[in-house]
Design a protein around this ligand. Sequence first.
Ligand code: PLP
Length: 389
Amino acid sequence: MSSRPVQMRPEISTLEESQIVEVWRMGFDYPDTIGMWVGQGDLPTPRFICDATTRALAEGQTFYTHKRGIPELRQALADYHRDLYGVEIADSRIAVTSAGMNAMILIMQTLLSAGDNIVCITPVWPNIFAVAQIMGGHAKHVPLTGTDQGWVLDLDRLFDACDARTKAIYIASPGNPTGWIMPEDQRRATMDFARRRGIPIIADEVYHRLVYNAAVAPSFLEIAAPDDPLFIVNSFSKTWAMTGWRVGWMIMPLGLTDQIDRLIEFNTSGGQSFLQTGCVAAIRQGEDWVRWMVDRCRQGRDLVMERLGTMNRVSVVPADASYYLMLRVEEMGDATEFCKRLVREAGVGLAPGTAFGAGGEGYLRLCYAQGNDRLNQAMDRLQSVLRRG
Ligand SMILES: Cc1ncc(COP(=O)(O)O)c(C=O)c1O
């Protein structure tokens, strides 16, 4: 007897594959491709972090642990925020999560019911749209405008997009794929708006250290009170080259600790203590490495900007943060098809801007967190295709 098909919730059966993955998967058939499509650098996690982790594993840190993370890591994170921004974050506001992605899910499970919406400044990391859909809600897009000076937000459009069903404003600053940093006056005005309207801000600060004109990007934590409607999403993925570890953290407003603790119990039941011990090493001993890595990315950004600047048909929106650039190629046609052509004909992997929501149309995203030789080679290949027309 044949079985009847499993009835999925429509929110799940209609989840679409990211266009980034669609192009990235092609790379398996073209192994020589220089991939600049996904959001990570080419460096493995630094040795001192791995060593601290393997020691913890060998010592038997293999049991269930605190839902909000081991106390040593929460303390290290509190110290980190104090040193970085001069703010005191109470331990009760910190929760270690399975990277930024899981922090997003926990926050959205806390805030969003079916029929609600989240207002997102786009183009942006598209997973946030899918999380809203999984919750039975949807994401409203407020596009930035790309100019030859950088990306610009019309704040009135952001506020106008918020309605009675808006349960959060999602702001990634520095942004992926734009590298946009929300200016100080806009941050303050948005925080005031959030307080007045009771709409929480989700400030995604996973690229907080990847800035090229300062030691750290400005944070919403610097302008918010502990009980303000503000959630911070952060991660070990980008700053310490730990994308595969799946460890991050969130900072919540005062008063939510017990509920978030429970929510973690029913999602992951907490993280892996040996990995978290490695994360303590990242925070406590990682500053020299972070400085070196950011400087390497700065060199990559400068190299790519210079090379793209000499190519016909190409224009780039400049950015001082994250490790991405958004570029336009005149007459390229459909962005996803063009990206596939770049893989086939040149062995260069870029991501279509359309994957990142409104405002990304007509752009390609390039991740430059790689060594200079590879970047130069990728630029040579790109140039050869553009010459061909
Ligand atoms: C803006 C932004 N937020 C969050 C994440 C999630 O990163 P992870 O889940 O690896 O911490 C990413 C990943 O690319 C991102 O670009």
